[in-house]
Design a protein. Structure first.
Length: 137
């Protein structure tokens, strides 16, 4: 389920992405130089590290739009990769937790007090897929 998992997809603007992490990190920028530089990094870990080197250039509204961008990233990822979508659905009914020690927003944080927004988004997406699958039966 990790955003660092290499998984290609194409967005509505016909951009091809190497992972959901690439998509998320690149969208921290409105400047196309930084956007394309992050997008071109060979691995998710490298794009993450590079994006943080340019933190002072993050888009001004990043805190307001970051969850929307994350939702888009995971939707593209799972909508276009049936094997991953099936794996996500197979996690039902388990609670999904982004075990990130330093991330208290998307993850659970080191002490478990984090918001786990990514885990919640994945469970919400999983529910959408399961309901859609059930309605076709």
């Amino acid at each position: 389920m990790s955003n660092f998992y290499p998984c290609e997809f194409i967005d509505d603007s016909k951009n091809q992405w190497k992972s959901s992490e690439h998509y998320y990190q690149a969208h921290k920028f409105t400047d196309m130089y930084f956007f394309n530089k992050i997008k071109a990094e060979p691995t998710p870990k490298q794009c993450y590290k590079l994006a943080w080197q340019f933190k002072s250039f993050f888009r001004k509204d990043w805190m307001e739009v970051k969850d929307k961008i994350m939702w888009e990233a995971i939707n593209y990822k799972f909508n276009q990769n049936t094997d991953l979508r099936r794996k996500l659905m197979n996690t039902y009914p388990k609670k999904l937790v982004e075990h990130s020690l330093r991330d208290f927003h998307y993850g659970c944080g080191i002490d478990g007090s984090g918001k786990n927004i990514l885990g919640q988004m994945l469970m919400q997406l999983r529910d959408i897929y399961i309901k859609s699958f059930a309605s076709k039966l």
